[in-house]
Design a protein around this ligand. Structure first.
Ligand code: ZN
Ligand code: ZN
Length: 442
């Protein structure tokens, strides 16, 4: 009897996936027809990138697209966060999130639609701006998915929530969205899903991982004090440049000698500034660090080690108590992104049905971070799933593998996704996932 039940439920499962496949093939045809306008949108977003907290025009553009489709749109939900709600009868609430911000980089891809945009950074300086993390792909997929799901609205029931998120890169946007009361202002999502383009995976492919997906992120600022003076009389000073160099080298032993080798962790000093000219020993040096881990205890151990090493090296340099290094950790910290196992299994089956097993690949966890984690970490816990969207020309991926070359990473001025197959696969994957999570119309 039990066996019959299993066979019966497997049949039901595959029949419903097959029925859904019929809808997604219609969505595929619709997306093909719709693609020229989506490509125009992608080029527009790519050429008009905006830095974190400045995504005013991108947000307005997404809001306009959603309103035109019949979404009720809430704007300025903390920074430039926008939230669109499309109610389509009783059923589950599915939230889809795309981030909108770009990075302070000069694009060097040489593409005909490369960005020449400028923006003002947090320090008030004019900088070049580029969508080097591919959030323009994410926004285009969000709009394409909204169009596809509204087109197919007679086939599903439920509430679709589309979020255009501000300020992912500096880790502030999702926090501000929840401080603005997102889950109190919309029906509580039954599921929240998001994607991120991947700089090593071929366009047309999808990468997934159950459980640990992306690391927690801390941004740490350290001011190292000294006693400045003439560069030719170092014996009359306490040199914070030399002390900083010693501290940086000692930090390298935290992960290699203190953290259990089984636990992933990263300590990177990404920025160091001190002094003005050749022959002056400065009074202070400023450093900026990024810390990554998956485990709270590892995070705490890393921070404690940095504090201990900094203070003891300053003491060893002969600095007094009031000149100990000043360490601050920026708030909010970005928690690790952990994919819900049940939701992951369910949507991986959907992706395999739509794209074939060979195009849906399991990926290792990465030490990059994402504040999409917050969508699952509120008081009312919502199952989340984030997946990788292959974004690179398959010919380039293969050539790099054969020649042992490294493709440009995310945040590289050379990062150049292949738009058409990437955007189409993103829309198909998101639409198929949402259709599976909504209630079907009989
Ligand atoms: Zn990024
Ligand atoms: Zn990103």
């Amino acid at each position: 009897m039990k066996d019959y039940l299993i066979i019966f439920s497997l049949c039901l499962f595959s029949t419903s996936l097959a029925a859904q496949r019929a809808v997604t093939s219609k969505i595929s045809a619709f997306t093909d027809k719709n693609y020229p306008s989506l490509e125009k949108l992608y080029h527009h977003l790519h050429q008009n990138p905006e830095l974190s907290m400045h995504e005013e025009k991108s947000a307005a553009r997404i809001a306009k697209e959603l309103k035109r489709l019949g979404f009720e749109v809430m704007e300025k939900m903390g920074a430039h966060n926008i939230v669109g709600i499309f109610k389509n009868g009783p059923g589950p609430t599915v939230l889809i999130r795309a981030d909108m911000d770009a990075l302070p980089l000069e694009e060097k891809t040489g593409l005909p639609y490369a960005s020449k945009a400028k923006g003002i950074n947090a320090a008030g300086n004019e900088v070049n701006v580029m969508h080097a993390c591919g959030h323009d792909i994410h926004m285009t997929v969000l709009v394409g998915t909204a169009r596809a799901l509204v087109e197919a609205k007679s086939r599903w029931n439920g509430t679709l929530v589309m979020v255009g998120q501000s300020a992912e890169e500096n880790g502030l946007g999702a926090d501000l969205l929840f401080k603005a009361g997102l889950y109190e202002k919309i029906p509580l999502p039954d599921f929240a899903i998001a994607l991120h383009d991947n700089p090593y995976l071929a366009a047309g492919k999808i990468g997934f991982r159950e459980g640990a997906f992306m690391a927690s992120v801390d941004m740490m600022d350290i001011t190292v004090f000294g006693a400045g003076g003439h560069g030719a009389a170092p014996h009359t000073t306490k040199d914070p440049v030399v002390l900083s160099a010693q501290m940086i080298m000692a930090f390298q032993t935290i992960v290699s000698r203190e953290i259990n080798p089984i636990d992933p962790a990263v300590v990177t000093v990404g920025s160091i500034h001190g002094g003005t000219v050749h022959n002056i020993i400065p009074d202070e040096v400023k450093m900026q660090l990024t810390l990554r881990s998956y485990d709270k205890d590892v995070r705490n151990q890393t921070i404690a080690a940095i504090r201990r090493i900094s203070a003891s090296m300053a003491q060893a340099a002969g600095l007094p108590e009031d000149k100990m290094p000043q360490i601050t950790i920026r708030e909010p910290q970005t928690p690790a992104t952990v994919n819900d196992p049940v939701l992951t299994k369910r949507l991986v089956a959907v992706f395999k049905e739509n794209f074939g097993d060979e195009n849906v690949v399991e990926m290792p966890p990465y030490m990059v971070g994402e504040d999409f984690s917050r969508f699952g970490m509120q008081e009312k816990q919502v199952p989340i799933f984030m997946f990788w969207l292959g974004a690179i020309d398959p010919v380039k991926v293969q050539a790099a593998a054969e020649n042992g070359e490294q493709l440009p990473s995310l945040h590289s001025p050379l990062f150049a996704p292949l738009p058409e197959p990437t955007i189409k696969t993103g829309i198909m994957a998101m639409s198929a996932a949402a259709l599976d999570l909504f209630e079907k119309v009989k």
